[in-house]
Design a protein. Sequence first.
Length: 179
Amino acid sequence: MGAGFAAVPFIKSWNPSARAKLAGAPVTADISALTEGQRLVMEWRGQPIWIVKRSKAILDILPTLDGRLRDPKSENVDQQPAYVREKSPELRSLKPEISVLVGLCTHLGCSPEMKAEIRPEAFDPEWKGGYFCPCHKSRFDMAGRVFEGVPAPTNLLVPPHYYENDNTIVIGVDPKGAA
């Protein structure tokens, strides 16, 4: 039993320290319990990372929003890793139902609110779900793509990430073989 108590600090030392996490050490999330419309918030490099399980209704709506967006095909290559853009420029994800975004508005770094319901909102009577930054009224769809006519200049960032398995996502590291 004494060996068990002695092993705990040793095993805990394998986890990245708070300082290492802030410096950019990867973080791992179990997404097995994530349900449709639910958001899991992680922290990586001192920034909130949003992992959202999108519904089929949201996935069906995303392509219909292109005419209202500033960069619908995610052509600004600095906003997401190349392997994400190549796989799905409109969904901006490695798995269609899972969205992974840095939860900071690209205008002034505020944290937008998730308004995932498809229903009219005071700020947009044709709202189809997404993120709304109440500070300066920037809007993003559920893929993190920025709407036209708002202060935010670019889409929300997609951090480097990969799936270790069906239930585990690693944030902060590109998949093996990705450039």
